[in-house]
Design a protein around this ligand. Sequence first.
Ligand SMILES: Nc1ncnc2c1ncn2[C@@H]1O[C@H](COP(=O)(O)OP(=O)(O)O)[C@@H](O)[C@H]1O
Ligand SMILES: [Mg+2]
Length: 271
Amino acid sequence: MGLKSKKTNPMRTEDIFEPDSSYAIEVKELKKYFKGKFETVKAVDGISFKVKYGELFGFLGPNGAGKTTTINMLTGLLKPTEGTGAVGGYDITKNLNSIKQIIGVCPQEPATFKFLTGKENIELFGNLHLIAKEVLKNRTSKLLETLDLLEASKRKTKGYSGGMVRRLNLIIALINNPKIAFLDEPTVGMDPRARRSTWEYIGSLKNEDKTIILTTHYIEEAEALCDKVAIIDYGKLIELGSPKELMEKYEAVNLEKVFMKITGRRIVEGI
Ligand SMILES: Nc1ncnc2c1ncn2[C@@H]1O[C@H](COP(=O)(O)OP(=O)(O)O)[C@@H](O)[C@H]1O
Ligand SMILES: [Mg+2]
């Protein structure tokens, strides 16, 4: 491979970005392009938004809209193609180590160590975070009880249902008591009862002064939980506001209708 000449445009967003630490999250002209052999997928195509501390912020859009890719850039799993952002006042292109200490992440594809029990899985991650033994024990039992996994946590996760694995991953995401938590489609695969109780729990995190970034393609989830939603489609942010503001603006009875008025498609139909 030959050497690429460095762009010298003095106005590159990355160069002039000064994180504003009064925001939990700042995203500035963020892009992620996946270059394939024949085509380039513009997974995230220049989005900008800000999230205040204490907000429950929803990232709503159809499958393939670019939600997970955005989360992955903010949590250090993917490098942006262009643009930048900050989490907790730390630049995502420069200070990932600091970011990792203040966030919790519940990934879209949850994973557990199948031959460990639920509790052992939590302990493992708790120890990686160097949480004091007593604190870890208390947090673990509180979270297991709240998310209705106390009984199941004694068993190996091998036999867990998809919803149970997801709830266990939610606990793991919160075990370090993060200031900012990223929850990527946290209730997929849950039965309605588990979904409701998980919503209740996620909603209650606001009382603990946490900032939550939630991605979802469930409109009811976004409507029920979020202070603000960013609606995204084809990697672009097409609307931003509280569910109420957006419904009023588009004279729509719900966010699904808002999405339809803007795009002519339903969110669940995707792309
Ligand atoms: N590693 C990758 N390589 C190529 N394309 C990808 C990759 N990851 C995601 N994409 C594509 O980027 C787009 C956005 O994906 P994603 O962020 O997962 O969407 P969402 O989470 O909103 O469903 C989709 O078209 C997806 O196929
Ligand atoms: Mg996704």
